[in-house]
Design a protein around this ligand. Structure first.
Ligand SMILES: [Zn+2]
Length: 369
């Protein structure tokens, strides 16, 4: 029996897999943990949980790992672009030490290619390329029935081929990589996913539904029905625009707009909401403080705030016992890895199932983490 581990920028998955490829036990958690050792602790706990769930009499005699790239020395050390905590991390050796069994580690998309050739879409096909569009974009190439490795094990890493020379900044430092233009999170959370909200529509009287109009002004695609509204990202090739907006009548949505504004192409100015300083928390100061904690340039003023778009850096966001703060910053977490929400239980006040709802949305828009 093999322990299989998938290390992605959004989630960590582990399972027990038998020689036919059947998965007997499966667990997954978010890619959370501060620093290299904090994240390693999350991995070790996940592995322990899977081993604890093993059926009677089953022994694990090997371990296989697919990990986001790039790596050095054919997996001696890993530096996943979407996992900033790990740079040159000796994941294979650490797992071997923990488990006491041989560990094979490879790039996750190369592992995907092997799996598709073994049991999936490429069975019987000697030459193919497998591609994954997830938190990142990766690929694996099989030629004459053999997986292509390259000099350090990174062959087929097509996510970092530059497709838009003036495009978005990529996590690898380059500009306009395929991954920066077309990753699952970029597509689903920021640019392309479509969410239909039932129960509110053009006939609704609740003011917050007008938030969809604000998103439309920013370039999102919005479609109204009598009792539903559909919101999708901007058409491909365009991005969300920064806006200047008076949210006096929609003030509860100000933190959410601040979160969306992070992913726009210019600054967003929110006015008319000075009174939200007296909500569950001072929502102007809290929003600005927590955006800055994520490395986002933001400023407060008397009756609102300004958010300058940027690439969030991983951090743990305080929520000030305010459900709107937790929900708004979760939106940033959908679009960028490494956002930890402190005290997530504060959402229980209005929506205890919030995080499972988000998880189900994410599961339906991206195949993998
Ligand atoms: Zn790149």
């Amino acid at each position: 029996m093999a322990l299989a581990l998938d290390v992605g920028g959004t989630k960590l998955a582990a399972g027990l897999v038998d020689h036919t490829g059947a998965v007997l036990v499966r667990h997954q958690v978010s890619t959370d943990g501060s620093g290299a050792e904090g994240l390693w602790g999350t991995v070790a706990a996940l592995v322990d949980g899977v081993l604890a769930g093993a059926p009677e009499g089953v022994t694990v005699d090997r371990c296989g790992v697919g990990c986001g790239g790039p790596m050095e020395g054919f997996g001696d050390r890993v530096s996943p672009v979407n996992i900033p905590q790990w740079r040159g991390f000796p994941l294979r050796d650490r797992l071997a030490g923990l488990l006491g069994v041989p560990v094979a580690l490879d790039n996750d998309a190369k592992a995907l290619a092997l799996a598709e050739g073994w049991l999936g879409a490429a069975v019987g096909c000697p030459d193919f390329i497998a591609m994954v569009v997830s938190t990142g974009v990766g690929g694996g190439i099989v030629l004459n029935g053999r997986l292509l490795d390259g000099a350090e094990g990174n062959a087929g890493h097509i996510g970092h081929v530059i497709v838009e020379p003036d495009g978005h900044r990529c996590g690898c430092g380059a500009q306009g990589c395929l991954e920066a233009e077309a990753s699952g999170t970029a597509i689903a959370a920021i640019t392309g996913g479509v969410v239909r909200i039932e129960g509110v529509g053009r006939r609704s009287t609740q003011g917050d539904v007008r938030f969809a109009d604000v998103l439309e002004t920013m370039g999102a695609r919005v479609t109204w029905g009598d009792d539903w509204v559909e919101v999708g990202g901007p058409p491909s090739g365009t991005s969300l625009r920064g806006v200047t907006v008076d949210l006096a009548d929609l003030s509860d949505t100000a933190p959410t707009l601040a979160a969306v504004a992070v992913f726009a192409d210019g600054p967003t100015r929110v006015r008319g909401v000075g009174f939200i300083r007296h909500k569950e928390t001072d929502r102007i100061a809290s929003v600005v403080t927590e955006l800055r904690r994520l490395g986002i340039d933001a400023d407060e003023n008397e009756d609102g705030f300004v958010v300058h778009p940027g690439t969030p850096t991983p951090a743990a966001v305080r929520t000030y016992d305010d459900h709107r703060m937790a929900m708004a910053f979760t939106v940033i977490g959908l679009g960028s890895p490494g956002v930890t929400i402190c005290d997530p239980g504060c959402v229980a006040k209005t929506f205890p199932g919030f995080f499972s709802m988000v998880e189900s949305l994410r599961a339906s828009t991206t195949a993998d983490g």
